[in-house]
Design a binder for this molecule. Structure first.
Ligand SMILES: [Zn+2]
Length: 628
């Protein structure tokens, strides 16, 4: 069944691609007529995903995916072409006509609608049904009492679409069958389960929270146990994995919170459905919760996309944990996950271990807001909760505290943060900063105890280290520096050796480039480079480069060459290396010139003048050499 061509075109034209993409990715302006954000199709930390609203196209320069608004919806929601067009049409309130049905609107025609749409429709009907049941007489009173007992009235229940699943076991089934849903659809939706005597309602006698995706479609439910005779003991029961519900990707409340998250740059992660409700009602409209699983890497990706990216300063992820051991463990686990993310991560723990829902009930909405404001950086939380396990009033306790907390500080991957936390730790312990710093450095060196090295943990994917920020390649000096380093690493035999080895330590202006140059010099420079195999040369440079710099060395070493033939490559290598030398001399000349201006006549000024002339002569020689 094909959708009429003109309808497809109309859907494409009328759908605003920036809005559709914006439901999944925080976009910000990137030059005239262009917007960018973090690619939802590959993991990245700086945006290479571009959208041009005027032409209705998107492209990711990181993974080279791209297309129009329809292909975006297809890819992001795993839909067929027809399903994607149908979804966009529904969004626009457009009715589609199909090629071979005489042009009649397709509404109600099951066979023309993709499975996803059917499952979403089943959930929409189920949500409505469950919400109606919550206000019915009988068993539902227990559900209403549960809500009232936690400070949620009928208005709150309605706002969040909370419902009640009747205890009979097939009430929903009957309702959905009456609406024309097939047995296969009911099973595939997860709303029904297969028993020995046929299908039955998955949720029975439970309070239900509808779980929506980013676009606001209900894709599953979270269900709270209410009755003592419930044969399922689990307090919470969730929709099983289906084609539209993936627990590693859903966040309860994200549909309500996404705009405020993007606007304020803050997201609050709480532990339960009632906590999300309590936060939103208390004036913290950025709260979300995972559904029956821990906050994992896929959740991190979703949150990161909503927040924008690291270039946006001051974004915050605030976790609320019960102040118990599980919360501490969860925080420390987050510590090892992704520190670029963790660096902006905060922990909020209520003094008396209450969750946001309990807090709102006991002390009102203001107390919830105060809890979030009382957040502390994850690093601080991790160190202090480690110290909380020992008695700092005794010398033995303090020594023990240092032994336990030093590895935590050493595990902070951003080296620039470590001294600050070493100072903090010294303060909390009442010890000398030097002693603590020594302990932190020693802990960082201790095998298996300190900082996690790349690829060291077995069974877990290596964590990408902090990379030196890549400078914009549009700057000609930056580009020349980069290409010179590429040549020094890739084709040292083609580089003018004397000039290359004469490059001083500050010849490169970009700090990351300077770090690579330092590693090249530490590895022995051109003399070594031209006397060992290319592989051995790179290995030597990498050995002399601290972690993240080693990765940049790799990147520069695999960069595509700037010329095709050896002869052209030699010309290119000579040119870029001499250019770097020349830029350095030009900077030195400007500096000498400025210094001379400020000098009174005398021996010192004469000396500076001689230096200036020498530099000038060197620069002329370089220029001649380059033009030869
Ligand atoms: Zn991409």
């Amino acid at each position: 069944m094909r959708i009429r061509r003109e309808d497809v075109d109309a859907v494409r034209e009328r759908s605003r691609i920036d809005e559709v993409v914006g439901e999944h990715v925080a976009l910000r302006p990137a030059g005239v007529g262009s917007m960018k954000g973090l690619c939802p199709f590959h993991d990245e930390r700086t945006p290479s995903f571009h959208v041009r609203p005027q032409v209705g196209l998107w492209h990711c320069f990181g993974c080279n995916e791209g297309g129009d608004v329809i292909s975006f919806v297809q890819k992001i929601d795993h839909l067929s072409f027809v399903e994607a067009v149908e979804r966009l049409a529904a969004r626009l309130g457009m009715e589609l006509r199909y090629e071979d049905d005489g042009g009649r609107p397709a509404s109600g025609r099951r066979d023309t609608v993709g499975q996803r749409q059917r499952l979403v429709e089943a959930h929409r009907v189920a949500q409505q049904y469950y919400a109606e049941q919550l206000v019915a007489a009988g068993d539902a009173a227990t559900g209403r009492q549960f809500l009232l007992g936690r400070g949620f009235d009928g208005e709150a229940a309605t706002a969040f679409g909370v419902g009640f699943a009747p205890r009979s076991g097939e009430a929903l089934l009957r309702h959905l069958r009456g609406k024309g849903f097939t047995e296969e659809e009911l099973l595939a939706s997860g709303l029904a389960a297969q028993g020995r005597r046929g299908l039955y309602d998955r949720f029975r006698g439970r309070l239900l929270w509808p779980i929506r995706d980013l676009a606001g479609d209900v894709v599953g439910f979270g269900a709270r146990r209410l009755f003592d005779d419930d044969s399922i003991q689990a307090k919470y029961l969730n929709t099983p994995e289906t084609s539209i519900y993936k627990k590693s990707q859903v966040l309860y409340g994200v549909d309500l919170a996404k705009r405020e998250i993007a606007r304020t740059g803050r997201v609050v992660v709480v532990e339960g459905y009632t906590d999300v409700m309590a936060c939103h009602l208390a004036g913290v409209p950025v709260a979300v919760a995972t559904c029956g699983t821990a906050f994992g890497t896929e959740h991190i990706r979703i949150v990161r996309r909503l927040l924008g990216d690291e270039e946006r300063l001051g974004t915050e992820v605030v976790f609320t944990f019960d102040g118990d051991e599980a919360g501490r463990k969860a925080a420390l686990r987050a510590f090892d996950e992704d520190q670029r993310f963790v660096a902006q991560t905060f922990i909020a723990v209520a003094a008396d271990g209450m969750d946001p829902c309990e807090l709102r009930q006991a002390r009102g909405g203001e107390a919830v807001k105060e809890l979030i404001e009382s957040r502390q950086p994850l690093f601080e939380f991790a160190i202090r909760s480690t110290l909380a396990q020992v008695n700092l009033d005794t010398a033995e306790g303090r020594v023990q505290g240092l032994r336990m907390a030093a590895p935590v500080v050493a595990r902070i991957r951003d080296a620039s943060l470590r001294p600050e936390y070493a100072r903090q730790l010294a303060k909390w312990l009442g010890m000398e900063v030097e002693a603590v710093t020594r302990a932190v450095i020693a802990a960082g060196r201790a095998p298996g105890d300190g900082r996690v090295q790349r690829g060291q943990r077995s069974g877990e994917p290596p964590t990408p280290p902090e990379r030196p920020r890549r400078p914009p390649a549009s700057d000609p000096i930056v580009r020349t520096e980069r290409e010179a380093l590429e040549c020094l690493l890739q084709v040292p035999q083609l580089v003018p050796a004397a000039e290359a080895d004469a490059l001083p330590g500050d010849a490169f202006t970009v700090p990351a480039h300077r770090a690579v140059h330092d590693a090249i010099r530490a590895a022995g420079g051109l003399a070594v480079a031209t006397s060992v195999t290319p592989q051995a040369w790179l290995e030597k440079v990498r050995e002399n480069a601290p972690g993240p710099v080693a990765d940049l060395v790799t990147e520069l070493a695999v960069a595509p060459p700037q010329a095709q033939s050896d002869e052209a490559l030699a010309r290119h290598a000579t040119s870029v290396v001499l250019h770097v030398a020349e830029y350095e001399l030009t900077r030195r000349l400007a500096e000498l010139n400025g210094r001379m201006q400020r000098m009174d006549p005398g021996a010192e000024k004469d000396q500076a003048f001689r230096e200036l002339m020498a530099a000038e002569a060197a620069r002329r020689a370089l220029q001649e050499r380059r033009n030869a």
